[in-house]
Design a protein around this ligand. Structure first.
Ligand code: ATP
Ligand code: PAF
Ligand code: BAL
Length: 283
């Protein structure tokens, strides 16, 4: 029988609910989200279910990771549909704080990530972003105290930054990455895809095709620079404004010049009209 998850809106209510699960010797997985849930999020919840006996999903559109010029106000909020999806997945607790519960009056502490995972990419175009993410994810981890937490590979640099933070701050949470879920034409599922017009939605698949093409060329022995230049040109010709299209070391995200530098990942961010999309694939 389908149960509705318990919905916690304050830190004490969340802690009580988690303590109750712990009394029953549960292992707990946390899946942090900003809501507007799609099948990508559902795949994270399913992985959480396989890895732990109880699942907590947080839904919080975190203002500190948006610049004032970005889409915090417009970000899709689909609460009822989200809860129905989470009930169908048998989620135990939904942690849904208001902004005042997460950042009470007088809040004045931030976690500021540094190091190689921040070398460019998202950090160059959204310099506020990882400070906001690390601060809120650090809080989510200490509020909920999960054994493990699941993050999508779609936000590959975020996965690396959060993994490093959990390790550096001894948060006792094992961070697990989950593969990217795509639409049939290859577009990575993303809450922001709803911003795309029908025409833009058709064009959007170019990102995946260009990454696959460049990855195929590199695998076939073409030098990295021309293979990547070709992908970038394809994306721009389709009408995107490109932020970056780069091949990086898949583990460290360090810059690479040759295939001998180790396993590679191609990462892309580009704007189509006013919608900014990101994606990545393994080479
Ligand atoms: N297509 C996807 N496949 C797998 N995981 C995903 C996918 N899309 C998002 N996620 C993961 O879900 C978690 C919550 O992400 P978020 O709520 O920001 O969704 P999103 O679709 O990435 O939204 P946005 O459009 O804002 O980037 C993150 O760990 C993110 O990497
Ligand atoms: C990890 C996260 C929930 C932090 O707000 C967000 O950046 C996201 O949804 O990827
Ligand atoms: N999916 C990452 C959250 C963000 O872009 O704000």
């Amino acid at each position: 029988m389908q149960r509705s998850p318990l919905i916690a809106r304050t830190v004490p209510a969340l802690r009580r609910a988690v303590d109750n699960l712990r009394k029953r010797k549960a292992t707990i997985a946390l899946v942090p989200t900003m809501g507007a849930l799609h099948d990508g999020h559902v795949s994270l919840v399913r992985l959480a279910r396989r890895r732990a006996s109880r699942v907590v999903v947080s839904i919080f559109v975190n203002p500190t990771q948006f610049a004032p010029t970005e889409d915090f106000g417009a970000y899709p909020r689909t609460w009822k549909a989200d809860i129905a999806k989470l009930a169908a997945e048998d989620v135990d607790i939904v942690w849904h704080p208001g902004v005042e519960a997460m950042y009470p009056q007088g809040f004045a502490t931030r976690i500021v990530p540094e190091g190689p995972a921040l070398a460019g990419l998202e950090d160059r175009f959204r310099p506020h972003f990882f400070g906001g993410v690390a601060t809120v994810v650090g809080k989510l981890f200490t509020q909920c105290g999960p054994d493990l937490a699941i993050f999508g590979e779609k936000d590959f640099q975020q996965l690396r930054v959060v993994t490093q933070m959990a390790r550096d701050l001894d948060l006792g949470v094992k961070v697990i990455g989950s593969r990217t879920v795509r639409e049939r034409d290859g577009l990575a599922m993303s809450s922001r895809n709803v911003y795309l017009s029908p025409q833009e939605r058709q064009t959007a698949t170019t990102l995946y095709r260009a990454m696959k093409d460049s990855a195929g060329r590199i695998r076939a022995g073409e030098a990295i620079a021309p293979a990547m230049a070709r992908g970038a040109a394809t994306i721009e010709a389709a009408g995107f404004v490109l932020d970056y299209f780069e091949a990086r070391h898949a583990e460290t995200l360090a810059q690479i010049t040759s295939r001998k530098d180790g396993p590679l990942r191609i990462l892309v961010a580009a704007k189509l009209g006013t919608t900014r999309l990101i994606d990545n694939i393994a080479v």
